[in-house]
Design a protein around this ligand. Structure first.
Ligand code: F6R
Length: 269
């Protein structure tokens, strides 16, 4: 894992977008794994800007979202279909046929999940998977106790996640109990994983994921087993890391040898 501590979420968003830009310019048919929630919003804002002002072309890109609420209509304002439309897809040129989001209303959920997995394989696998992290260490909606080799399926949200996500629903609406999510095994097959976490509220989950034992109690801890995971943090989310000075040291000493770091540093200076 490569752990990079940046000043804030704005810088983190710019950094992540620059990585995605690099991928898409080098490989126009890139397959992106996307996330919802507050964390990727600055990334999406940067990508929109690059598309509108710097000719970053997404016309051949294929996307797969991590998750969706079970039973929620795609037109519901709190659905992840709506989220993605509002924050990204309505402002980029990705053809609708190349956008994939689990369908919470699929009549045969099991068949839908199997088809979702098959579509990822048919697209050539995910080149870069963007991830946020839940307060209890979930990735996608793989809550604590999820099988570390799981595939796309239905999961039950833990109360903390339902509480955290209340903000996307109207006060009188109940947050669904169930979701469809890519499995941990599915996520682990992405060639590169980019995990983003910003703010003190993520500090405990980040410390346990990056420095704790590998355990289904903290699903994100499986990322320790991934050959290419990059973790972008801010001071808040990094605050409980025992080895944070070491991670800064590693990053500083890689700047001159790895072009991505040199370029990112120029970007950030
Ligand atoms: C969203 C997802 C979740 C979120 C996580 C963090 O598609 O899969 O794992 O990334 O719950 O959410 P935020 O970014 O809102 O703190």
């Amino acid at each position: 894992m490569e752990i990079i501590i940046l000043p804030d979420a704005t810088t983190g968003g710019a950094y992540a977008a620059r990585m995605i830009e690099k991928l898409v310019r080098n490989k126009p048919k890139a397959v992106l794994g996307l996330a919802t929630g507050s964390t990727p919003i600055p990334v999406y804002q940067n990508l929109i800007q690059k598309h509108q002002e710097e000719n970053l072309d997404f016309s051949q890109v294929t996307t797969f979202n991590l998750d969706e609420y079970l039973g929620l209509d795609p037109s519901h304002p709190a659905s992840y279909h709506s989220f993605m439309r509002e924050h990204l897809f309505s402002k980029l040129n990705i053809p609708q046929s190349q956008i994939h989001i689990p369908d919470g209303l699929a009549p045969d959920i099991e068949a839908h999940c199997a088809a979702y997995e098959a579509a990822i394989v048919k697209a050539g696998g995910i080149d870069l998977q963007l991830l946020g992290i839940g307060g209890e260490g979930h990735i996608g909606f793989n809550e604590p106790s999820s099988s570390l080799t799981s595939r796309t399926r239905v999961k039950t949200l833990i109360p903390r996640t339902r509480e955290d996500n209340k903000r996307f629903f109207k006060p009188e609406e109940a947050v669904p109990h169930h979701v469809l999510t890519m499995g941990i095994g599915t996520i682990m097959e992405a060639r590169t994983i980019l995990l983003l976490a910003f703010g003190d509220g993520k500090a405990e989950a980040i410390a346990r994921s990056l420095e704790g034992p590998l355990t289904a109690r903290i699903p994100a801890s499986i990322l320790q087993m991934h050959p290419k995971t990059i973790v972008l943090l801010d001071e808040g989310s990094a605050s409980k890391l025992e080895m944070k000075d070491y991670y800064r040291y590693v990053y500083e000493h890689k700047e001159t040898t790895h072009s991505i770091h040199r370029e990112e540093n120029e970007l950030l200076s």
